[in-house]
Ligand binder design. Sequence first.
Ligand code: ZN
Length: 289
Amino acid sequence: MQFDKQERCEACDFLMKEWKISSDCTLLLCPRCFHIKRDIKLCGASARKHAWGGSEFFDKIRTILTMRRLNKLLPKNKELNVLEIGFGSGKMLTKFLKKGHKVYGIDNKCLEIRIEESLKKHGILYFDKAERIQLPEENFDLIYAIHLIEHLEAPAEVFKKCYDALRKGGLLYLMTPNSASKGLTVFRDRWWNLEDPTHIRFFSFQSVGIMLEKAGFERIETGIPIWDSLTLEISSLLRLSKRNSDEHGVLSNKYIKLVYALILPFNIIIRIFFPKISPSLEIIARRSV
Ligand SMILES: [Zn+2]
């Protein structure tokens, strides 16, 4: 099977090229902006049967670290309108709610997990794809999406919606896998980000920058956070030893946490000295005043 030879990059419109990373996986790579598209039929990569293959414990750590990061970026002592796209169980939104902010959430319920009760009661929640939601204009101080945009059908549409829905000076905060992570070149089709069958694209800092600029954003900063998805290289290593597809992914084994605990300190040291192996891209964009 071949990709459409005329497939153009959704960010910069350049002709994309096939990139065969293993016998089981061919990706489409934009040679100009390093954006990657993934078709599950051409890059199976022993993916799970469903989207969520994380661990509640690791998710809690991520929530704490991401909240700490967001709190640094937001104004203090001010009631804010906050929107999370892809809120899942709503742990982060609930934290914003407890701080006295007005919270909104979008989720298409593909993860089928229980939602926090206080959020159901006091939050304004939409259950549909982000592309289909009509958001109030110039309403939000913060819109954030953590590991979501790599799943979207039409990211350009969602970025435009975010821009229109932000107040002037409002903040868009995104976290997503980095297409230029050295982890992908090291682990190839075992890279843990390929275990999720609904990861259909990976952004580079160039491609996400181009798409956000097209949506209207002017001040866009990107970075490689070494603190996000701290166990990803360990999961990728475990996938190296497991060639066959596992329905629930490597983290589903209950004894595996011990392995993670033992290797994690070494992984953090590797990231400190070799940050380019880190798997994620952090994006901070503001609507101009
Ligand atoms: Zn491109």
